[in-house]
Design a protein around this ligand. Structure first.
Ligand SMILES: Nc1nc2c(ncn2[C@@H]2O[C@H](COP(=O)(O)OP(=O)(O)O)[C@@H](O)[C@H]2O)c(=O)[nH]1
Ligand SMILES: [Mg+2]
Length: 261
């Protein structure tokens, strides 16, 4: 068995994700979003010239990471591949999902295109099913204004349970507020809520059977309800990732549990 993530987060991040902290106490920020939402523009705005690109380990998917200091804290920013979903049907989606799930970022900034919220909210809700450490960067607000689209960001923030920061990344607008909220989230000063989407009764019945079993196995290493939903989806890639990152043979373990109960 390899080094555990808990004991040496710095070397695990490097080995498993090719993500490099400069100091052990640096915070890790993931940037997620649909393609063309201005994610790389936000990334550039946050990190300036302090960036480098490589590949995700074992994949031909580009891994861009950058660094910035803010109020005496260091932040490593990981620009995840642009995806419409995290349902893991492509290498990009697996990379994005695995980093959010197993890379344990201190905050996930989800960049949304303010001109097509409906399409963008899909990914946001999927991320919120995994983690509550989410900040929404509502980008392209200039385009939204031009198209006469009005968004009540306070109401949206209340509804989603996470901060929503309007931005025009191309003009650096909203970036300071984003840095402030990232810092606050990393220091646990922001109370956010995890989204729990209610499914139909037959699915909820199965979940109420599986979720407690998963909770016993994984404790807080992975959100049990979300994992149970992926298992119901027949998503084999999450089973592989659990073996790779957490060293559990989930299929065998569930079979053993079923024998006992
Ligand atoms: N009008 C406007 N354009 C933007 C803004 N942010 C980014 N862009 C432009 O949108 C395009 C896509 O941006 P990019 O950062 O590459 O998107 P990504 O695919 O999400 O990484 C580029 O032409 C950017 O210059 C913004 O706030 N307003
Ligand atoms: Mg990009």
């Amino acid at each position: 068995m390899g080094l555990t993530y808990e004991s040496t987060q710095k070397s695990s991040l490097k080995d498993l994700f090719n993500v490099e902290k400069q100091n052990e106490e640096d915070f890790v920020i993931a940037l997620a979003g649909n393609p063309n939402t201005g994610k790389s523009t936000v990334f550039n705005s946050l990190t300036g010239l302090h960036q480098h690109t490589g590949n995700w380990p074992g994949k031909t998917v580009t891994n861009a990471q950058g660094f910035y200091n803010y109020k005496n804290k260091g932040f490593v920013v990981v620009d995840l591949p642009g995806t419409y979903s995290l349902l893991a049907s492509s290498a990009e989606e697996i990379v994005a999902r695995d980093f959010i799930c197993f890379g344990r970022p201190d905050a996930v900034v989800v960049v949304l295109d303010a001109t097509c919220m409906e399409r963008n909210l899909n990914l946001l809700l999927q991320i919120q099913e995994i983690t509550s450490k989410v900040i929404v960067c509502l980008n392209l607000m200039d385009e939204a204004k031009r198209k006469n689209i009005k968004i009540d960001t306070n109401k949206l923030s209340k509804y989603l349970g996470v901060p929503v920061i309007p931005a025009v990344a191309r003009e650096n607008k909203g970036i300071k507020k984003l840095k402030d909220d990232i810092l606050k989230m990393c220091l646990n000063y922001i109370d956010t809520k995890q989204i729990e989407i209610k499914y139909s009764q037959d699915i909820e019945d199965i979940l109420s059977n599986i979720v407690p079993k998963l909770e016993k196995i994984f404790k807080n290493k992975i959100p049990s309800r979300w994992l149970a939903l992926r298992m119901l989806d027949g998503d084999k890639s999450i089973i592989e990732s659990i073996s790779k990152y957490l060293h559990y043979d989930l299929v065998n373990m569930m079979e053993e549990k079923n024998k006992i109960s």
